[in-house]
Ligand binder design. Structure first.
Ligand code: ADE
Ligand code: ZN
Length: 335
């Protein structure tokens, strides 16, 4: 069996996926036409040609511009259904999906519009493909902590449909500590906490996310290696890193996939997972991330099973549901 078929057959979870980052150029054009929005591109090829990034910020500029075509509940529904179908086809059984409310509320699109679109799509995905999905609301860290707190209060009527909070957008210069209040409210309401840290920012942002925000998973975390005591801690405490290898190369965190530290950290005992981040912008969904990383870093079949196992263990699913997926994984791995 080739690597792609093998990885597809493994039950696994995707834990680092921005739904706005699944907006394919074709859908961008369809939605722009539907909503009467002018795009600064003549066609789909021009959009793809613009996806050459030199760092996180050059990506974010284009990503926020693209999200402007999302206007109606149907748009958010269509976006989510397209992702869930694609993920299910890759063997994803559980997806814990980021969304960025401030990207939409800043444009006058209110919570009920995107929340209803997302939740209807998730119900459909469960029924159509048997994929389980949940939403993690991210605060944009380039905006002030008070904005995050205001967003938290806007989200309060929708908490039955949100399992956790996260932190994303431009990392350097925007430390996790600024978001203490919003996270404290979220944790008090029983939500889970995750945070992007150590993508472009220093290892101290990872430590800050753990100690100040009580993040249960770290999104990216690749720069942890610069602090060996932090790596020891990640191993000791079993803290998952949701890594996104193709994203890291596109955003020049690593020059080449062969340089990625995923395998080294996996061998060191860190609970590493593989995810796609913003697949429409970075040239690959979760299966592509597994397959390309396996080729670049010589991952073994045991490594691939371990990565799938880590992803299931790192979900926020109830223990029985986790165990059922792990049992299935064991059965597939045993051949
Ligand atoms: N928003 C979407 N993708 C992101 C990434 N890789 N890092 C930070 N913020 C993001
Ligand atoms: Zn991300």
């Amino acid at each position: 069996m080739d690597t792609a078929s093998f990885v597809r057959s493994l039950p696994k979870a995707e834990l680092h996926l921005h739904i706005e980052g699944t907006l394919e150029p074709e859908m961008m054009f369809d939605l722009a036409a539907r909503n009467g929005i002018d795009l600064p591109f003549a066609n789909v090829d021009e959009v793809r040609a613009a996806y050459e990034f030199s760092d996180l910020q050059t990506f974010l500029d284009i990503y926020y511009q693209g999200a402007a075509v999302l206007v109606t509940e149907q748009d958010f529904y269509d976006l989510m259904v397209a992702y869930l179908g694609r993920a299910a086809h890759d063997g994803v059984r559980r997806a814990e999906i980021f969304f960025d409310p401030q990207t939409h509320t800043e444009r006058g699109i209110e919570f009920p519009v995107f929340m209803n679109g997302f939740t209807r799509a998730i119900e459909y995905g469960e029924m159509r493909w048997g994929i389980s999905a949940a939403l993690i609301m991210c605060f944009l860290r380039h905006l002030p902590g008070d904005d995050a707190l205001g967003t938290w209060h806007e989200a309060e009527p929708f908490l039955d449909d949100i399992i956790g909070v996260g932190l994303d957008s431009a990392e350097v210069g925007n430390p996790p500590e600024w978001f203490f209040d919003a996270y404290a409210h979220a944790r008090a309401a029983g939500l889970h906490a995750v945070a992007h840290a150590g993508e472009e920012g220093p290892p101290s942002y990872i430590t800050g996310a753990l100690d100040t925000l009580h993040a249960e998973r770290i999104d990216h975390g690749v720069r942890c290696e610069e602090d060996p005591a932090l790596v020891d801690r990640l191993v000791r405490e079993g803290i998952p890193l949701t890594m996104c290898p193709l994203s890291n190369v596109k955003l020049r965190v690593f020059d080449r996939l062969e340089d990625h530290n995923l395998k080294r950290l996996l061998d060191r005992g860190v609970r590493v997972t593989i995810n796609s981040d913003d697949p429409a912008y970075f040239g690959g969904y979760v299966l592509d991330n597994y397959v390309d990383t396996a080729a670049a870093l010589d991952l073994t079949r045991d490594d691939l099973v371990k990565l799938a196992r880590n992803s299931i263990e790192a979900t926020f699913l109830p223990d029985e549901h986790k165990q059922a997926l792990l049992d299935e994984l064991d059965a597939v791995a045993a051949g």
